[in-house]
Write a protein that binds this ligand. Sequence first.
Ligand code: GTP
Length: 260
Amino acid sequence: MIAFFLVWVFINNEQKLYLSRNKMILKYKRILLKLSGESLMGDKQFGIDNLRLSSYAKQIKELHELGVEIAIVIGGGNIFRGVQAEEGGMDRTHGDYMGMLATMINSMALQAALEKEGIKTRLQSAIEMKEIAEPYVRRRAVRHLEKGRVVIFGAGTGNPFFTTDSAASLRAIEINANVILKGTRVDGIYTADPFKDSSATKYEKISFDDAYSQGLKVMDMTAFTLCKENNLPIIVFDMDTPGNLHKLLSGEKVGTIVHN
Ligand code: GTP
């Protein structure tokens, strides 16, 4: 019966579906979760809010228990931003490397929080720092995912002038993720800034071309183009509402999906 249902849904939606460990129907098998460093601050002005960190870890645990393969890229804006350095007269490249180190701090914090929840993790860094993390090796990352480990990719792409959104897109494509889930503080993409314009409405879905022509900021252009050209959908959703991640995977309409 379930098999018939799956075939029916597949034909109708042209969308593959997967069965979770407890036979729940899942929309995606392998995901790349992009978390914002700034969200990790919670209500603080700087750094890491332990409550927020542990809430993220618990949400990720729920997915992990379903058997979803999870890779994570986290930003570093709660600690340091490359552009900040430039404003202070520092060389942009220098600042970007500092930003990459900031993502490693967040990655290590998230790794510890996930392990506290009993999840096996592996942290891979784009910049070699082998005393604290494995170097990034694509085939090894995929093997870890297949073995059920959550893989965190730290230090961005390892290159200045790229954002962690670009790192997320690149890694997602490299590991053949089915989707990028971009966790933010808003619940999707709006026609205008919902904080400034009360008439702004939310898109349930939007094509890459429409998002581009309407000047909607989903990700920076490098990241956006990488996803478009490699046919990798992006879902922008509110990560600060517990339960959203689980809903997304079970097919409930959460956030906005950007697709070809
Ligand atoms: P499998 O061989 O597929 O089971 O993977 P594994 O990750 O368990 O193998 P390995 O024995 O290589 O790793 C054991 C532990 O060492 C894991 O926690 C890795 O993250 C860690 N590890 C492996 N390579 C490095 C490295 O270069 N630097 C650091 N800091 N840790 C590493």
